[in-house]
Structure formats: C-alpha cells, structure tokens
Write a protein that binds this ligand. Structure first.
Ligand code: HEM
Ligand code: HEM
Length: 183
C-alpha cells in the first residue's frame, strides 16, 4: 500500500522483523562483549571466555549480514513518512539518530571482523572461520578492537536516546510513533 508522495503507508513486516531481531541480538552482544573482555582479564581466558568470544563473533557477524539485508529492504520498500504529530526538530533528531545507528551497526561488526583478522582469531561457532580481511598484526588488532569498543559505547548512547524517545512517545506523549514498529 502506498502513502502520499509514493512512500509506503507503514514499515513492512520484514522491516519490523529485522528491527526486533537485530535489536535483540544487539541487546545481548553489548553486555556479553563487555563481560567477556573483563572475564578474559580475570581468568586468563578460561574455556567459558573463549566460548563467549566465539559466540560474540558469530552473532556479531550475523548482525552485519542482517544489516545488509535490512538496508536492501529499506532501499526497495522505502520508509513511511514521519508520524503526523512530529515537529520538524523531532523529525530531524529521529532521522539523525536512526542514521547514526545504521552507521554504527555496520562500522562495529566490520571493525570487529578487521580486529580478529589482524589478531589471527577468526574462529566462529561450528568450527568455521571468518575470511581474513587483514594480514596478522597484533599491534594493529589491539588498536582496531579499541575502536570497536569505543564505537560500541557510542551505540549505547544512541540507543539510550532512541529507547528514551520511544518511552517518551509511548507513555507520555501517547502518540502513534511506537505502534509503527510493533507487529
Ligand atoms: C553489532 C555487532 C557487535 C557489537 C554491538 C559488539 C559489541 C562489543 C562490545 C560492547 C565489546 C566490549 C568492548 C570492550 O570492552 O572493549 C566487544 C568486544 C569485542 N568484540 Fe564485538 N561487537 C559486535 C560485533 C563483533 C564482531 C562481528 C566481531 C568479530 C568478528 C567482534 C569481536 C570482538 C572482540 C574480539 C572483542 C574483544 C576486544 C578485546 O578483547 O579488547 N565483535 N564487542
Ligand atoms: C525497546 C527497544 C526499542 C524500541 C521501543 C524501538 C522503537 C522503534 C520505533 C517505534 C521505530 C520507528 C520510528 C519512526 O517511525 O520514526 C524505530 C526505528 C528504528 N530503530 Fe528501534 N526500537 C528499539 C530498539 C532498537 C535497537 C536496540 C536498535 C538497534 C540495534 C534500533 C534501531 C532502530 C533503527 C535503525 C530504526 C530506524 C528504522 C528505519 O527507519 O529504517 N531500535 N525503533
């Protein structure tokens, strides 16, 4: 169904599914990421730490794959026009935060993949290995993974604004914004 000016009337079912599957994965990846790094420092990389790293790399790479699908769907389906009750500033703020989240969800897993390539630790679940993007260079790996962590902190702040805005719209402004992304 098309809206006015050729934009769709709503987010499609696949856009909603991708939003919530990726949201759930990121909600797990972030705390596991921070925890596994600390656990590795405290236990000198026990077996559980290694399993957490393997799972983190696997699901992180899956987020990258799903983001590519999501961006393709966004280009082909488009996005609905802004909810009618929003003012110009709210629209600009929402679009800026959404754009930066897209950017972060590409940059973070790519930095992770580059980092583990340079480190020489590309193993993922099922005994598979991610293809190497860089030659081995441990010093470079440490720098890349530091920026992977910084970017993840940036993402946490963006998600604070994003989820804060959703709570505000749903419980205080009581407009239709959050319903647009619900099944
Ligand atoms: C959206 C996807 C991802 C998110 C949100 C994410 C998030 C995080 C976070 C929060 C940390 C802890 C940072 C720190 O304490 O310095 C971390 C660490 C790490 N991540 Fe990710 N990550 C993602 C994808 C990936 C991918 C795809 C890989 C590799 C293929 C990866 C590899 C790593 C590694 C190796 C570390 C440990 C870095 C270290 O030991 O200093 N991550 N990640
Ligand atoms: C409780 C958690 C969350 C709620 C209630 C929520 C709600 C929403 C809503 C209502 C929209 C549509 C906004 C509009 O119509 O203008 C949206 C869009 C979006 N959300 Fe979330 N979200 C949540 C978590 C997340 C997480 C964890 C991520 C990222 C990992 C995320 C990334 C995005 C992105 C990128 C968009 C823009 C979609 C587009 O226009 O292409 N959200 N979210």
């Amino acid at each position: 169904m098309g809206g006015m000016n050729g934009r769709p009337a709503a987010y499609s079912g696949s856009q909603k599914l991708l939003h919530w599957v990726i949201a759930l994965m990121v909600f797990v990846l972030i705390p596991v990421g921070f925890y596994m790094v600390r656990r590795g420092e405290m236990t000198n990389f026990d077996a559980v730490t290694n399993q957490l790293y393997t799972a983190h790399k696997t699901f992180g790479a899956l987020v990258l794959l799903l983001m590519i699908v999501r961006i393709a769907v966004r280009f082909s389906h488009g996005t609905p026009s802004a909810e009618p009750s929003l003012n110009r500033l709210q629209i600009i703020a929402a679009e800026a935060v959404h754009g930066l989240i897209y950017l972060a969800l590409l940059a973070i897993p790519i930095l992770g993949w580059l980092g583990v390539s340079a480190y020489g630790a590309r193993g993922i679940l099922g005994g598979w290995e991610l293809p190497a993007l860089l030659a081995k260079n441990e010093d470079l790996a440490k720098i890349i993974l530091k920026y992977h962590g910084y970017a993840a902190i940036g993402l946490v702040m963006l998600l604070g604004a994003h989820i804060g805005a959703a709570v505000l719209h749903h419980f205080i402004l009581r407009d239709g914004v959050v319903k647009r992304m619900l099944p």
